[in-house]
Design a protein around this ligand. Structure first.
Ligand SMILES: [Zn+2]
Length: 347
């Protein structure tokens, strides 16, 4: 990247951030529909109002809009003003908002959600002993990988765990998550029926091997969209991991999980930490914004599979040295009510 491109990218970023300010950019129909009370002018109502009443109706609309804008920007609003404009009190409004709050308790700054994908054998051989030693929990996402030019099939036990090993992981107190039956790339675009089959197919495997019914789902290739999120919800999942989420507002990539912004069925984290240096990992952990949750997803963790300069064991030691509390996805339940958090699901 050249200096001019870098400068342009930073400027565009600042401009994009500014565009998320609905008080400045209210020009799309979608936005107007979402925030009907902050614009202060309902043209349809105005047009159908007799001339002698127009001023009164206009002022009432403006007053409602003004109250709404002040509430949104955290300014003081009187109880009378709210009641006069909307017919309910500020206290009633605040009680309603508290009822919607998804947090059961504040998110501590040292939380890490740890995940392992694809039922790889090295997770049993290498990761499991390290996790036990350090007292960490984690979610292992299980799938029966199909053979592709990139992947060996699940039947190859030099690459993947056996069901006995998977059961042993559950018996040791770790969480097993559903990672779809066959890990089909692009499945997020293959429709509802296909995705339901993939979810239920893996549930049948869990049952056949004496495992608990999973409550956590990870979308194959880490990509979710409103349709597959709805599938996971229809199957009763409480948590879902989609490092990338695609909706009509755009694509969210790998980042920290914000329980006041992200759906509990499209939780993001950071994948491929096997490329990280120790310094980079430390900075990622330390940079976790307040109220958000840092997460890592690993695949192969043996020396042979490892590409980066900081080994898996060393990375786990760094988490411990930094005082991180390492949990499974289902353990988020201690902090977050996923039913209430579901309101943050995008469309
Ligand atoms: Zn995977």
């Amino acid at each position: 990247m050249k200096i001019q491109e870098m400068a342009d990218a930073l400027r565009r970023y600042e401009q994009e951030v500014a565009k998320t300010n609905i008080f400045r950019y209210t020009n799309t129909v979608d936005r107007v529909e979402r925030y009907p009370n902050i614009f202060g002018m309902n043209f349809e109502v105005m047009m159908s109002t007799p001339d002698e009443k127009k001023a009164e109706v206009f002022l009432a609309q403006q007053r409602r809009a003004d109250v709404m804008r002040r509430l949104m920007t955290g300014q003081t609003v009187g109880d009378d003003e709210v009641r006069e404009s909307f017919g309910f009190s500020l206290a009633e409004l605040e009680a309603c908002r508290r009822e919607q709050e998804p947090l059961k308790k504040p998110i501590p700054s040292n939380l890490c959600v740890l995940c392992f994908d694809d039922a790889l054998k090295s997770q049993y051989d290498v990761a499991l002993p390290v996790l036990k030693e350090l007292g960490f929990n984690a979610t292992f996402f299980i799938t029966e990988m199909q053979e592709t030019p990139r992947d060996r099939p699940f039947e190859d036990k030099s690459v993947y765990m056996t069901w006995e090993q998977i059961k042993e992981i559950e018996d040791a107190g770790f969480e097993l998550g559903n990672h779809s039956l066959h890990h089909v790339f692009g499945s997020q675009n293959m429709g509802r029926d296909f995705n339901l089959e993939q979810i239920r197919g893996m549930e049948a495997e869990f049952e056949a091997h004496g495992l608990k019914k999973p409550v956590t789902y990870a979308y194959p290739s880490g990509i979710s969209n409103p349709e597959v999120v709805a599938c996971a919800r229809a199957c009763g999942y409480r948590w879902g991991r989609g490092n990338q989420e695609k909706g009509k507002e755009g694509i969210r990539g790998m980042t920290y999980y914000d329980p006041h912004q992200d759906s509990p069925l499209a939780i993001c984290n950071f994948g491929d930490p096997d490329f990280y240096s120790e310094e980079f990992l430390r900075r990622r952990i330390a940079d976790t914004p307040e109220g958000m949750i840092f997460g890592l997803t690993y695949h192969g963790v043996s020396d042979a599979e490892w590409l980066g300069p900081c080994s898996f064991r060393r990375q786990m030691e760094v988490l411990r040295e930094m005082g991180t509390r390492v949990i499974s996805m289902a353990q988020l339940e201690e902090f977050i009510d996923p039913e209430k958090a579901y309101q943050y699901t995008i469309d």
